[in-house]
Write a protein that binds this ligand. Structure first.
Ligand SMILES: Nc1ncnc2c1ncn2[C@@H]1O[C@H](COP(=O)(O)OP(=O)(O)OP(=O)(O)O)[C@@H](O)[C@H]1O
Ligand SMILES: [Mg+2]
Length: 310
C-alpha cells in the first residue's frame, strides 16, 4: 500500500511539474503514441528502435514500432504498449521489505545493458562525453567551477572534490565506445517476465560505456520516489548491476572508476537543475529542482566522495 502511494504520488508530481521536453505520450488501448515537436528526433528514435528489434536481443527488448506518422510540423510514433513491473516497484520492495528480487533484476539489467552496448547498430549520433580519464577529470573541474559561480557548490565541497581528483584514477575499460541508451534512468526500465524492457531511445548515441551505468545510479540518488536515507542502500543494487555488466572482470578498480563517472554525471545533472531554477518555471517545478539538487549533493558527499577516498 505504502509502495503504491509513493509511486503514484511521485508519478503525479512528475507529470504535472515536468519541464517541457517537446515530446508527449498517450496510451490508447494496446498502443502508445509518442508525439514529437522535432520530426528528426522522431525519425531517429524510430530508426534506433527498428534496428534494435531486428538485432533480436535476448536479455532485453524494446517496444515494437508500428508506424511513423507525420502531421504537418509534428511527428508521432505508434508503438506497442508493453506491460510489466516497473523497476521502482522492485527497488521499493527492496528498501521497504528487504525483498532481494531487486538484486537479481539489477544483475540481469547489467547483462541487458552490456547486450545493448555491444549490438551492431549503425548510424548512431556520436556523443561529446569525456572519453578518457584526463577529459573526465577536466569535466568534473569545469562543472564544479560553474556550480561554484552559481553558488550551488560551496568552497568546502569544491575543495573536497579537488582533493579527491588529486588521488583518483579511472581504468580505460569504462571509456570503451559503446551504443549508449543515453537516458538510462530507472523510470525508462520495466521488467516483463524475466525480460528487461527499455524505453525512450531519442538520445541514443555512441560513446563511453560508463555513461549509462553511472546515469542509472544517479537517477536513483536524485529521485524523490525513494526515502533520502536510502542513499547508501543502493550500493548492493549498483554492484549487482556492475557484476552483470562486467561479469568476472569486475574488480575494485572498476567500481572506483565508476564512482568518478558518477561524480561527473551528478554534477552535470545538478547543473541542469540549476539552469531550470534560473529559467522561468513554476514555483513547484523550482521546488522539485531544488530538492533534486539537494539529494544529489548529499549523494556526492555521503556516497560518492567517501568511496573515492577509501
Ligand atoms: N511502449 C511503451 N509501453 C509501455 N510504457 C511505455 C512505452 N513507451 C513509454 N512508456 C512509458 O512512458 C514513459 C515516458 O516515455 P518516454 O520516456 O519514451 O517519453 P518522454 O517524452 O521522453 O518522457 P520523459 O521526458 O518523462 O522521459 C516511460 O518512462 C514509460 O514508463
Ligand atoms: Mg523519457
Amino acid at each position: 500500500m505504502l509502495r503504491f502511494l509513493v509511486i503514484h504520488f511521485y508519478e503525479l508530481l512528475r507529470s504535472k511539474f515536468k519541464v517541457p521536453t517537446g515530446r508527449s505520450i498517450i496510451k490508447t488501448g494496446g498502443h502508445i503514441i509518442k508525439m514529437y515537436n522535432d520530426a528528426n528526433e522522431c525519425a531517429y528514435e524510430c530508426g534506433v528502435l527498428l534496428e534494435i528489434g531486428l538485432s533480436n536481443p535476448i536479455i532485453f527488448k524494446v517496444p515494437k514500432v508500428f508506424k511513423l506518422l507525420k502531421i504537418r510540423a509534428h511527428s508521432a510514433l505508434i508503438m506497442e504498449y508493453v506491460a510489466g513491473r516497473n523497476l521502482d516497484n522492485y527497488i521499493l520492495d527492496f528498501l521497504l521489505h528487504k525483498n532481494s528480487d531487486a538484486v537479481r533484476i539489477f544483475y540481469r539489467l547489467g547483462r541487458a545493458i552490456r547486450e545493448l552496448h555491444n549490438l551492431n547498430l549503425s548510424g548512431l549520433h556520436n556523443s561529446r562525453l569525456p572519453s578518457s580519464y584526463h577529459e573526465l577529470k577536466q569535466g568534473i573541474v569545469e562543472l564544479s567551477k560553474k556550480l561554484v559561480i552559481l553558488k550551488i557548490v560551496d568552497n568546502n565541497l569544491f575543495s573536497a572534490i579537488l582533493d579527491v581528483l588529486k588521488k583518483a584514477d579511472a581504468v580505460d575499460k569504462i571509456f570503451l565506445p559503446r551504443n549508449l541508451h543515453g537516458e538510462l534512468y530507472f523510470t525508462h526500465i520495466l521488467v516483463q517476465d524475466n525480460t528487461i524492457v527499455l524505453f525512450d531511445f531519442h538520445n541514443t548515441q555512441r560513446g563511453a560505456s560508463y555513461f549509462d551505468l553511472a546515469m542509472l545510479s544517479i537517477s536513483l540518488y536524485g529521485s524523490l520516489t525513494f526515502p533520502p536515507q536510502a542513499l547508501k542502500r543502493f550500493t548492493p543494487l549498483i554492484e549487482a548491476l556492475l557484476k552483470g555488466y562486467y561479469g568476472k572482470d569486475l574488480n575494485a578498480e572498476i567500481i572506483k572508476s565508476m564512482k568518478l563517472a558518477e561524480l561527473y554525471i551528478a554534477l552535470r545533472e545538478i547543473l541542469g537543475y540549476a539552469r531550470t531554477l534560473h529559467a522561468k518555471v513554476s514555483l513547484i517545478t523550482s521546488f522539485v529542482a531544488t530538492l533534486k539538487i539537494k539529494r544529489l549533493k548529499v549523494a556526492i558527499k555521503k556516497v560518492i566522495l567517501p568511496k573515492l577516498i577509501s
